[in-house]
Design a protein around this ligand. Structure first.
Ligand code: FES
Length: 601
């Protein structure tokens, strides 16, 4: 039966350029009424009625991919979000964007994070949506979605897929991916045999969902809550739980409210939101990757860009204790955090330190949200009280010095051999990942437990995507002697699930022809001083200058630096446009300070 005629085809009534619903963002046929007529006839091919099309439209970003087990439950989540939207009087329409999984994106998922953010921004901007539910989970997906969402500046709400369950091997709980790395290190050292490692491979990821420790995915989920862009119960419920589906349904309900209230991320997010997120990052012993992502996210926001930097991370760390006992800084899994009250318990515990006036997606401030959800933490071994922290302060610290003038980061709480946090030793330098792979296990490698392992040229440009190769393996001959940790330094990243005394994100990266890190040589004494927040190479300034000038004269910046102008496609775009880690490794032209401010419609 034909639908009743309506004003959409009344040529005497201009279509409001600020319209909502299906009337917004019309394609450019030069005749707005005709564009709307065309849009409606095509969407009716999917069976929608005029009644349905008159409702607030909630877009749902679908990042399901058969290459992404962290997003395995998205079909069920989609159903639940749609239920929430439609029970609340909205119209739910899902659409795909890129999906990224850590193990299925070469050279590294970080290489594609900015592409995913562009995809997210452009699809949100281009399509007629009044609010958007961003379903993500795996490490780079949620930051990409928030970066794109801030730039598009339409109402958004995040929904994460949730953590996977832990597995079990010989009666011991295990989980991706801290235990992947621990056990692989034991296998390399010869203390696990090939049957053990094969059996572990069957159990380390026993369900769909994101890694079940405080890796980057879990960290970012907690930060989304702290920022106020995801409901307070949204971070920790397991991927396979019914709670996760109920969270999805309520996310759909809130999305309809957002479609009506038009609360946009550039309004919702304030500097206080970011300060809260950094406090939570320190309190959970979160991933070092989250620092890069937070910088990129902050620098997308026109009013916040430049006001949050690495110093902010360090300053807040000095007064924020580590409270959450999860791997890799502690012993537990995300399921334990959830069972202990999750983010609600943590935010109540941290509330004396938090900025409670920060706004949240519910339309209430953080303080109002907490006062309407009273909670008495009951599991001090997983969520420590402020009076008895797991680690007193600065789980993540920022180092500077002649080796890293623009900064470097260390996750001090993930170092179990704390003497290494203040250590000096002779450098053993690898000039690339390939060089390291070729020589790290050479029995003749001139290395001792006191050496400092240096890996160059895995920075944003040097090895496009800044791979998670910063967890330099302990040379096999030392591992076999029982050496479990060494001071290791690189301009790359490390998985949030990894631990050790690892300095990362050294900037400027080695590939930069002016980089001091790029001219460190075997035998140079390298010093890390956590207390003094210093990272130095004990080589005189004149010698450093001489080496840099020599390197320049030879035309030898990092190889990638030299070839970027002539590199085609996305890789060329990435190499030319990516900024350094302390700015978020974003593309300069996408930042709020870039050539065009973010869309602000
Ligand atoms: Fe997706 Fe760890 S691989 S969260």
């Amino acid at each position: 039966m034909a639908e009743a005629p309506n004003s959409d085809y009344d040529l005497s009534t201009p279509i409001d350029p600020n319209a909502t619903g299906l009337r917004q963002k019309l394609p450019g046929y030069g005749d707005a009424h005709f564009s709307l007529f065309m849009r409606k006839l095509f969407i009716k091919a999917l069976g929608y009625s005029e009644d349905a099309l008159s409702r607030p439209i909630v877009g749902i970003v679908n990042t399901y991919s058969s290459f992404n087990p962290c997003h395995a439950n998205i079909p069920q989540l989609l159903d639940a979000v749609k239920r929430g939207v439609q029970l609340s009087g909205g119209l739910a329409i899902d659409f795909p964007t890129i999906s990224l999984h850590e193990s299925f994106a070469s050279p590294t998922s970080m290489y594609l994070r900015n592409l995913m953010s562009m995809d997210t921004e452009e699809m949100i901007s281009a399509q007629p949506v009044d609010a958007v539910v961003l379903i993500g989970g795996c490490d780079k997906t949620t930051p990409a979605q928030l970066m794109g969402g801030i730039s598009a500046n339409k109402p958004i709400i995040h929904l994460v897929t949730g953590p996977m369950m832990p597995g079990s091997y010989r009666g011991v709980r295990i989980g991706a991916c801290t235990d992947c790395r621990n056990n692989w290190a034991k296998f390399r050292a010869g203390t696990l045999d090939i049957e053990d490692i094969a059996a572990l491979n069957e159990e380390l990821a026993p369900t769909g969902g994101t890694c079940g420790v405080m890796g980057t995915a879990s960290t970012m989920a907690c930060l989304l809550v702290a920022l106020g862009v995801m409901p307070i119960n949204g971070a920790t419920a397991p991927a396979v739980s019914s709670a996760r589906l109920r969270i999805a349904e309520s996310t759909g309900t809130i999305a309809v409210q957002l479609a009506k209230s038009r609360l946009k991320p550039q309004t919702l997010l304030t500097r206080e939101s970011f300060l809260n997120a950094i406090m939570v990052l320190q309190a959970i012993g979160g991933s070092t990757n989250a620092v890069v992502h937070l910088m990129a996210i902050a620098n997308r926001h026109p009013l916040i860009a430049g006001t949050i930097n690495l110093s902010t991370i360090d300053e807040i760390g000095r007064t924020t204790p580590l409270l959450v006992d999860l791997k890799p800084s502690g012993d537990n899994y995300m399921t334990d955090f959830h069972a202990s009250g999750g983010m609600l318990a943590l935010l109540h515990t941290l509330s004396p330190l938090l900025h409670l006036s920060a706004m949240t997606i519910s339309g209430l401030t953080l303080g109002e949200t907490l006062s309407t959800t009273p909670f008495r933490p009951f599991s001090p071994s997983v969520i420590h009280p402020l009076s008895s922290p797991l680690y007193p302060a600065s789980s993540l610290a920022i180092l500077t010095g002649n080796l890293a003038p623009a900064g470097a980061i260390i996750k001090a709480s993930a170092s179990k051999y704390r003497h290494l946090l203040s250590h000096a030793g002779p450098a053993v330098v690898f000039t690339s990942s390939a060089d390291m792979a070729a020589r790290i296990d050479d029995p003749d490698l001139d290395v001792t437990a006191d050496s400092v392992l240096v890996l160059q040229n895995i920075g944003p440009v040097g090895n496009p995507g800044m791979p998670e190769a910063g967890l330099i393996p302990i040379p096999r001959k030392l591992a076999a002697q029982g050496v479990l940790d060494m001071l290791r330094i690189s301009d790359g990243r490390m998985s949030g699930t990894a631990g050790g005394t690892i300095v990362l994100h050294v900037s400027p990266e080695a590939a930069d022809p002016g980089s001091v890190f790029g001219v460190v040589r075997d035998g140079d004494v390298v010093r890390c001083d956590l207390e003094g927040r210093r990272l130095e190479v004990e080589v005189g300034r004149e010698e450093v200058t001489r080496r840099i000038e020599e390197r320049r004269a030879r035309g030898e910046g990092g190889k990638a630096w030299e070839v970027r102008e002539g590199t085609r496609g996305y890789r060329g775009l990435y190499m030319r446009e990516v900024n350094q880690a302390e700015h978020g490794a974003d593309f300069g032209f996408l930042t709020a300070a870039g050539p065009r401010a973010g869309v602000s419609d």
